[in-house]
Design a protein around this ligand. Structure first.
Ligand code: M6R
Length: 615
C-alpha cells in the first residue's frame, strides 16, 4: 500500500535518496507519487500520477543542475494507493498547509477526517484534495506555535484512525517529525544523515542500523539522529537494530521478475526456515521463539490459525497438519471475519497469526483481540521486527528473505513448512511416536530438494501454460490437504494473470459450479498422492464429461492419474503433509507463465498492494 520515505542531511541532496527509496517501495502497489523538498528557498512539492519514473522525469526537469538539487538536503516522499479520492495529482501526497510552508505524507486512514475537515472549513481553511491526509496537515499548521514536535503531537491527539506520518516545515528547517499508530515506520541511522521509511527495504541502500518505532511514538529526526517521545512528550528509548540482509536480497538478480526470482529462491528459503530446527534425537522440532514448554503445549485445547489471502490458505493447510500430527482441533479463520465476530477464544486456545509482512491490518487486529481475550498468541511472520511479530511476543520467523513481488510465493511454502515443524513439536508432546516423529522430521529435511525438483519442471509447466493462457475462466480443484492448495492456485492466477479463477473442494463442483464447465473452462486438478486422491480422479471424469480440458498435478510415476487428464505436471513423491508445498510451487510457475504470455505486469498487479495496512 502507500509508502513513505524521508531524508534529512546537512549537505547531501535529498532528491536522489528519496527517489531511490520510492523505487524500493514500488512493489507495495501505488497509483501516484510525490516529493516535498526543503531548503533555503522554502518547500517545493512535485507530484505525479502513475509511476515513480514519471515523478523522476518531472524532478529532473525541475531541478536541472546539481546546484539546484543541492539546495535541498531535507525531504519527504510518498507512493499513494488511493483510499479517499481518485488517484489524481491533487490527491497525491505530500499535502501542504500554512501557505505551502508545511508538507506531510501519511499512510493509514484518518477515520474522523470529515468532522475535522468541517471544523477547519468553518475557520476558512481551503482544501485542495479529497483526502483524509490534508486535514492533518492543516491541523499541524494550526497548532504550530514554534515547537514543531508539540504541534504534531497536538494534531495527532485530535485524530481517530491509523497513521504513519512524516512532516517537514519551512518554519523548522533541518528537522522532520515522524509518528506512527497502526502503520509501520522505521528510522535508518547513517553517517551525517537520517532516513525514514515505512519499509526497511527503502533504507538498506544507505544504512543497516535501524530503529523501529512503536505505536504511539513520535520522533524528531535530524541529520545527527533521532529523539523519540510519547505523544505526551515523555522521552522513549528504542533499541538500535542491525538489518541482517543486504541489497542483493531485494534486487532481481538476473530474473525477469521478482516473482520468478522468489519462486526459484524457495529451496534456499526453505533451507533457512528449517535450519537448526530439527532435533533428530528427540524426533521433534526446536522452536525456541515459541517459548512454550511441553506442559504449555499439552494444555492447549484448540488452535486458531488466523490470516488473509495466501497466509489464510497456508493456515487452512495448518488445520490438516495439526489435526493429523497433533490431534489438535484447529480452526482456520479469515482475520477480518475473526476480529469482528466477537470470537470465542480464551486461555485454553492457541491463536497463531500468519503474515508474511507482519503488518496486515486485519491480522494485527485479530492478534490484539486474541490477546485481550486471554488466548496464548504466536506470530508466524517473515518480516523480522514487524508489528505482529512484536505484539504477539512469541512465534516463529520464516527466514524466507524479503518477498518483493506482490504475489506471495516463498512465504506460503515457508509458512506451511514452519507449521509442519510446529505440528511435529506439538505432536511429539502428545500422541506422535518417536518412530513417526523420525519419519516426519526426515521428510521435512527433504523439502528444499523436493521443491527444487518441481522447479526443474519449469519448461514443461511453461509449455502447458502456453496451451491454456488464452482461457479467461479456470477452475482449480483439490480435496483434503490439497483443497487449500487449489484455493491458492486460483488466487495466484487471478492476481497476476487476471484470469477469473475459482478454487473448489473437488466434490463441491457438483453442487452448482459444474454448470459453468465447458470446453472453454480448463480445470486444474490436484492429484498428488494423498488419501482421497481416487475421489478427485472421479471428479476429473465428471469435468471431462462436460468437455472441460483438465490439467493434473500428479505424483511422478502415477501413470493412472496421468492417463485421466489432458496434460500433467509431475511433482515428486512425498508424504501427504508436504503435498501442498510441491503442488503449490507447480501452480505458482503455471500462473507465472500464463501471466507472462498474457503480457501482465507480474510484480505489481493492478489494484493490488503488497502489504494491506488498511482494513
Ligand atoms: O503479509 P500478509 O501475509 O499478512 O498478507 C496477506 C495477504 O494480503 C497476501 O497474502 C495477499 O493475498 C497476496 N497478494 C497473495 O499473493
Amino acid at each position: 500500500m502507500c509508502g513513505i520515505v524521508g531524508f534529512v542531511s546537512r549537505s547531501t541532496p535529498a532528491v536522489g535518496p528519496l527517489v531511490n527509496g520510492l523505487r524500493r517501495l514500488e512493489y507495495r502497489g501505488y497509483d501516484s507519487a510525490g516529493v516535498a523538498l526543503e531548503g533555503t528557498a522554502g518547500i517545493k512539492v512535485y507530484k505525479q500520477t502513475g509511476k515513480v519514473a514519471e515523478l523522476d522525469k518531472l524532478l529532473k526537469s525541475a531541478l536541472k543542475t546539481e546546484a539546484e538539487s543541492g539546495e535541498y538536503a531535507v525531504g519527504i516522499a510518498h507512493t499513494r494507493w488511493a483510499t479517499h479520492g481518485l488517484p489524481t495529482r491533487a490527491n497525491a501526497h505530500p499535502h501542504v498547509a500554512d501557505d505551502g510552508r508545511l508538507a506531510l505524507v501519511h499512510n493509514g486512514i484518518i477515520e474522523n477526517y470529515a468532522a475535522l475537515r468541517a471544523g477547519l472549513e468553518k475557520r476558512s481553511i481551503k482544501f485542495i484534495s479529497q483526502t483524509d491526509t490534508e486535514v492533518l496537515a492543516h491541523l499541524i499548521a494550526a497548532f504550530d506555535k514554534g515547537d514543531f514536535l508539540a504541534a504534531v503531537s497536538q494534531a495527532l491527539k485530535q485524530v481517530e484512525g491509523t497513521y504513519g506520518i512524516a512532516s517537514i516545515s519551512a518554519r523548522h528547517p533541518g528537522e522532520m517529525i515522524v509518528a506512527r499508530k497502526g502503520s509501520p515506520l522505521v528510522i535508518g541511522l547513517g553517517e551525517g544523515e537520517t532516513v525514514v521509511a515505512s519499509d526497511v527495504s527503502a533504507i538498506v541502500a544507505r544504512t543497516r542500523q535501524v530503529v523501529y518505532l512503536k505505536d504511539g511514538d513520535i520522533a524528531r529526526i535530524t541529520p545527527e539522529g533521532v529523539q523519540i517521545y510519547s505523544l505526551d512528550n515523555a522521552p522513549v528509548s528504542r533499541d538500535v537494530q542491525q538489518v541482517d540482509w543486504d541489497l542483493g536480497a531485494i534486487e532481481k538478480g538476473g530474473f525477469e521478475h521478482f516473482m520468478l526470482k522468489e519462486i526459484h529462491e524457495q529451496p534456499d528459503a526453505l533451507r533457512n526456515t528449517i535450519r537448526g530446527r530439527i532435533d533428530r534425537q528427540g524426533a521433534t522440532a526446536i522452536l525456541a521463539g515459541l517459548n512454550l514448554s511441553p506442559r504449555d503445549l499439552a494444555a492447549i485445547r484448540r488452535l486458531v490459525v488466523i490470516g488473509c489471502g495466501t497466509s489464510l490458505h497456508a493456515g487452512m493447510v495448518g488445520k490438516y497438519l495439526f489435526e493429523s500430527l497433533a490431534d489438535l482441533p484447529t480452526s482456520p479463520e479469515q482475520a477480518a471475519e475473526f476480529r469482528y465476530s466477537n470470537p470465542i477464544v480464551g486461555p485454553d486456545d492457541w491463536a497463531v497469526a500468519l503474515s508474511q509482512s507482519g503488518e496486515t491490518a486485519d491480522t494485527l487486529a485479530a492478534v490484539r483481540e486474541s490477546i485481550r481475550k486471554g488466548a496464548l498468541v504466536s506470530g508466524l511472520c517473515n518480516v523480522v521486527g514487524s508489528t505482529i511479530a512484536r505484539e504477539a511476543g512469541r512465534g516463529v520467523y520464516l527466514h524466507a528473505g524479503p518477498e518483493i513481488s506482490v504475489a506471495s510465493t516463498k512465504a506460503f511454502t515457508a509458512q506451511v513448512t514452519a507449521m509442519l515443524l510446529m505440528a511435529l513439536k506439538m505432536g511429539r508432546t502428545r500422541r506422535l511416536s518417536h518412530e513417526e516423529g523420525v519419519r516426519i522430521a526426515s521428510e521435512i529435511e527433504r523439502i528444499p530438494d523436493l521443491v527444487a525438483d518441481v522447479i526443474r519442471e519449469e519448461d514443461e509447466i511453461a509449455r502447458i501454460a502456453a496451451k491454456y493462457a488464452h482461457a479467461d475462466d479456470m477452475f482449480f480443484i483439490g480435496r483434503g490437504i490439497l483443497y487449500p492448495a487449489a484455493l491458492e492456485g486460483a488466487l495466484k492466477i487471478k492476481e497476476i494473470a487476471y484470469v477469473h479463477a475459482e478454487g473448489y473442494q473437488a466434490a463441491e463442483l457438483k453442487h452448482g459450479p459444474i454448470a459453468l464447465l465447458s470446453a472453454q473452462t480448463p480445470v486444474v486438478a490436484l492429484l498428488a498422492d494423498i488419501p482421497g486422491k481416487e475421489k478427485t480422479v472421479g471428479n476429473v471424469q465428471e469435468c471431462r464429461a462436460r468437455q472441460a480440458p483438465v490439467v493434473g498435478v500428479a505424483t511422478k510415476g502415477d501413470d493412472d492419474a496421468a492417463a485421466q487428464v489432458d496434460d500433467v505436471i509431475f511433482v515428486p513423491r512425498t508424504i501427504p503433509e508436504i503435498s501442498p508445498i510441491v503442488s503449490v510451487v507447480a501452480l505458482q510457475l503455471f500462473a507465472y507463465h500464463v501471466a507472462r504470455l498474457r503480457g501482465c505486469e507480474i510484480d505489481q498487479p493492478r489494484n493490488l498492494a503488497k502489504s494491506v495496512t488498511v482494513e
